[in-house]
Design a protein around this ligand. Structure first.
Ligand SMILES: [Cu+2]
Length: 146
C-alpha cells in the first residue's frame, strides 16, 4: 500500500520547520507520494541533487513546482533532495528536505495461513497414490512378462 506523506504535517512546507526531524521517524518506499502544501507564491519546490541541497543552490525558475499542493510520486530508490527556492528560505530558514526511498513495500499477503490449501492437497494425495498403485502394477506386469 502506497503512503501519502504530507510534508511537515499540519505545518506544511514552510520556513523554520525541522524537516530533518520530521523525516527521521518515517520510512519512504517507491510508490509513496510526497505532498508539499503551502500558499502558492510564498514558497516553491525544487528537486535537487545532494550538492545543491547542501549549498542551497537554486535551480532555474522553470524547474520549480509551484502549485502549493505539489504531489511528487517517489518512483526510484535512493536519496531525494527538495528545497524551497524563494529568497533565502533554504539557506537561512531550513526549508529543505532530504529523504531516503526504499524499495517498494511488499503487499500484505498472508501467504502461510491460507485456508484453501488443504482441499487441493488431499485431492492431489489421492491421485498421487493411485498413480503409485498403477506404477506398482505396471512394474509387476513387467516382471511377469520377463
Ligand atoms: Cu519557502
Amino acid at each position: 500500500m502506497a503512503t501519502e506523506f504530507s510534508i511537515g504535517d499540519d505545518q506544511g512546507w514552510t520556513i523554520n520547520f525541522n524537516y530533518e526531524a520530521w523525516a527521521k521517524e518515517k520510512v519512504f518506499h517507491v510508490g509513496d507520494k510526497l505532498v508539499f502544501k503551502y500558499t502558492a507564491g510564498r514558497h516553491n519546490v525544487f528537486k535537487v541533487n545532494g550538492t545543491a541541497f547542501t549549498n542551497c543552490t537554486i535551480p532555474p525558475a522553470n524547474e520549480a513546482i509551484t502549485t502549493g499542493n505539489d504531489v511528487i510520486t517517489l518512483s526510484t530508490l535512493g536519496r531525494k533532495w527538495y528545497i524551497c527556492g524563494v529568497n533565502d528560505h533554504c539557506a537561512n530558514y531550513g526549508q529543505k528536505l532530504v529523504i531516503t526511498v526504499l524499495e517498494e513495500s511488499a503487499s500484505p499477503a498472508p501467504a502461510p495461513s491460507n485456508p484453501t490449501t488443504p482441499a487441493p492437497n488431499s485431492a492431489h494425495g489421492i491421485s498421487g497414490s493411485r498413480y503409485q498403485l498403477l506404477m506398482a502394477a505396471m512394474v509387476a506386469l513387467a516382471f511377469l512378462a520377463v
